[in-house]
Design a binder for this molecule. Structure first.
Ligand code: ATP
Length: 288
């Protein structure tokens, strides 16, 4: 299978090391780049989209080299930037038509057919001729993914696409992403673990410009293996413990509270070790 290979890519802004020797191998499907604010996600996405030149390192896919053939790269790329904005006074259809022309889709009939298929795919057919100024945040984001898909690119870059969306729109957007991932590479950046859990099959975490790749989501979850404890306590005890141990979540039942606690050693004889979730694996990795 063809892989997108990122080899020791670094990027500095003055003294800030935004990317430090990032090496990743990305296959078909949805790949998540997970990291806190300021970790370097947008910088990485912009480098991948050829909008920013790295200081060093290389990227390639098939026989296409990023540093040497940016035009060829752009022909196989679709990009949904973090702040995707379009003119408010044009409709979703007109927006796609305009971007389609810019992407070199010259034949009007073929362009229309492609736009109609894409609008259908992102559930915007009914709103296609409404002005984008009247679109909700989620609709704009779905229009954004449609424009990234114009020209049927092999690689799609999606930067923090669910930030600011309400839960329903977030779920809808993730469903669209999953549907369009077949047969291509989608690189998705986010600081929301649930985005990764709901869509991706492999993941890299990034902090202070340093990225670590995991072959599967469960490998990242396993970072917290042996560190997560389930502890059933009385409600009054639970209040007291909140400030004493690292409580990740709590579930209240009729007569007790179940705490999930993150700790290197058992916090109590009553606490039992449990399998970690992806979020817990990420928390532990992030605290290192
Ligand atoms: N154009 C720039 N000039 C100077 N510093 C920059 C520039 N772009 C990014 N940085 C710095 O590089 C680091 C990484 O920023 P980046 O925007 O890539 O992070 P991020 O993970 O996308 O964060 P966020 O989720 O907040 O967008 C930060 O310290 C940021 O301040």
């Amino acid at each position: 299978m063809d892989r997108l290979v990122i080899d020791h890519v670094s990027k500095h802004f003055g003294k800030t090391a935004a990317l430090q020797s990032v090496s990743l191998q990305i296959g078909h499907g949805l790949f998540g780049l997970l990291g806190p604010n300021g970790a370097g996600k947008t910088t990485f996405m912009r480098v991948l989209a050829t909008l920013l030149a790295p200081d060093s390192g290389s990227m390639r896919y098939k026989d296409i080299q990023w540093g040497k053939q940016p035009e060829r790269v752009r022909n196989i790329l679709g990009y949904l930037p973090q702040n995707f904005n379009v003119f408010k006074n044009i409709s979703g259809y007109e927006c796609l038509d305009y971007i389609g022309v810019l992407k070199g889709l010259r034949d009007k009939k073929q362009r229309r057919a492609q736009i109609e298929t894409l609008l259908e795919r992102v559930n915007l057919t009914a709103e296609a001729h409404k002005k984008t100024g009247h679109y909700s945040g989620g609709m704009k984001r779905r229009l954004g993914i449609a424009q990234a898909l114009l020209g049927n690119p092999e690689i799609i870059i999606v930067d923090e696409p669910t930030a600011g969306l309400d839960p329903e729109e977030r779920i809808r957007f993730r469903n669209v992403l999953r549907e369009v991932a077949a047969g291509r590479i989608i690189v998705l950046s986010t600081h929301i673990v649930e985005d990764i859990e709901a869509t991706c099959s492999s993941v890299a975490v990034i902090k202070k410009g340093i990225a670590t790749q995991f072959d599967s989501l469960s490998k990242l979850a396993q970072e917290a293996a042996g560190h997560v404890w389930l502890w059933k306590v009385r409600p009054e005890q639970a209040v007291d413990l909140q400030s004493k141990v690292n409580v990740i979540s709590s579930t209240t039942t009729e007569d007790h509270v179940e705490l999930r606690v993150l700790a290197k050693e058992s916090p109590s004889r009553e606490a039992i070790p449990v399998s970690p979730t992806l979020e817990e694996g990420y928390l532990i990795w992030n605290q290192r």
